[in-house]
Design a protein around this ligand. Structure first.
Ligand code: ATP
Length: 348
């Protein structure tokens, strides 16, 4: 397979396992995001692919050739990889053009570095020094430097986190377009679900060194593998219940399918705030507003619902901004509700 492959890669730091039997492939031209909470092993995976961390067990292949396994490892500069880190790692004492030329190594012409700068729209800034550029421009120099040698694999660790929110979307889109034009296999680390959904062809959701779910953004969001995966993508109301004799789960907010679980099984029902919709009086379930706030695109409305225990959060499109104490009726969008066996590891 052209691209990057991990085969049963395991990595320990002392007794702590950072990456646990990881199998993952990133095809040429594909963007795969490693997504997960802090400490789940994302950066270690990236560093192993880059050769910055010595492989302990398993194998790493690029374009079907082993670059690291028990028998040895190619050094980073021989792997034909491009690397972009959060801090861009530009040399402050080198001009922008020289920073890019550095990525090309000896024997390459200034013209090649200039072409790479042209591609990221900074062709006229070659003589500037990094401190004379904005954060977004520095990120583009880092991209030009990483892309100039035409890597087969691009490894990116939180490359947009230093940019302010408005600039970030623009730089992400430009970066994606440039990466697509190179045909490189891209592995991108992020802890931000929205960034992963924006950038990735496929997302590998990691927890404690393992990939707990791998698939398209759409499949991870709409068909999460477990309650932890569902919660990682979006906050959710949690209701504990049991599967009834008819295979369904009754909650104070509505009746759901028991997901094929046996009658009597304890379950966690996750209800995303967008799943709750106001309906006409007499339909759905009755709810009383505890508080409401306008958040911009949505109103966050908290309700008291008989039998639901804690307040239930809903996100409702403005102009609905009901006053505390108002009585409303709510229905459930079942596509945004999930039922999982209660293993006792969710929030109490
Ligand atoms: P973050 O999003 O915070 O960067 P991450 O998912 O990238 O986290 P890693 O940096 O890969 O996680 O770390 C995985 C685990 O390995 C963590 O428990 C971390 O403390 C540990 N770890 C990482 N690097 C080292 C190191 N050089 N020495 C010892 N432990 C390490």
């Amino acid at each position: 397979m052209s691209g990057l492959a991990f085969r049963a890669v395991t990595h320990h730091f002392g007794r702590r396992i950072a990456v646990d039997t990881l199998d993952l492939e990133v095809a040429a031209g594909e963007v795969v995001c490693l997504l997960g909470p802090s400490g789940c092993g994302k950066t270690t995976t990236l560093r192993l692919a880059a050769g910055l961390e010595t492989l302990q067990s398993g194998a790493i292949l690029i374009d079907d050739a082993v670059v690291a396994d028990a028998g040895g490892a190619l050094p980073p500069e021989k792997r034909q990889i491009g690397l972009i880190f959060q801090d861009y790692a530009l040399f402050p004492h080198l001009s922008v053009l020289d920073n890019v030329a550095f990525g090309l190594g000896r024997g390459h012409s200034v013209a090649e570095a200039q072409t790479a700068l042209d591609k990221v729209g900074l062709g006229d800034r070659g003589r500037s020094f990094p401190h004379m550029l904005s954060g977004g421009e520095q990120q583009r120099v880092a991209l030009a430097r990483a892309l100039a040698p035409r890597p087969r694999v691009m490894l990116m660790d939180e490359p947009f986190s230093g940019l302010d929110v408005r600039l970030r979307d623009k730089v992400r889109d430009e970066t994606l377009a440039l990466l697509a034009s190179t045909g490189a296999a891209v592995l991108l680390v992020t802890h931000d679900p929205e960034e992963a959904m924006r950038m990735a062809d496929r997302i590998a959701l990691m927890r404690a060194g393992r990939v707990v779910q791998l698939g398209t953004p759409e499949s991870l969001y709409n068909r999460p593998a477990d309650a932890g995966a569902a919660r990682f993508f979006a906050e959710a109301n949690t209701i504990r219940a049991r599967v009834g004799a008819d295979g369904r789960v009754e909650t104070p907010l509505g009746v759901l399918s028991g997901a094929g679980l046996a009658a009597g099984t304890a379950v966690e029902v996750l209800i995303r705030p967008h799943a709750l919709r106001p309906v006409a009086a007499g339909e759905g379930v009755a709810a009383r507003v505890a508080r409401s706030r306008l958040l911009g695109a949505d109103s966050l409305v908290e309700f008291h619902v008989d039998g639901a225990g804690a307040v239930v959060s809903a996100r409702i499109a403005p102009p609905v901004l009901p006053a505390p104490g108002a009585e409303m009726c709510l229905s459930l969008d079942l596509g945004q509700c999930f039922v999982f066996e209660d293993r006792g590891d969710g929030p109490k």
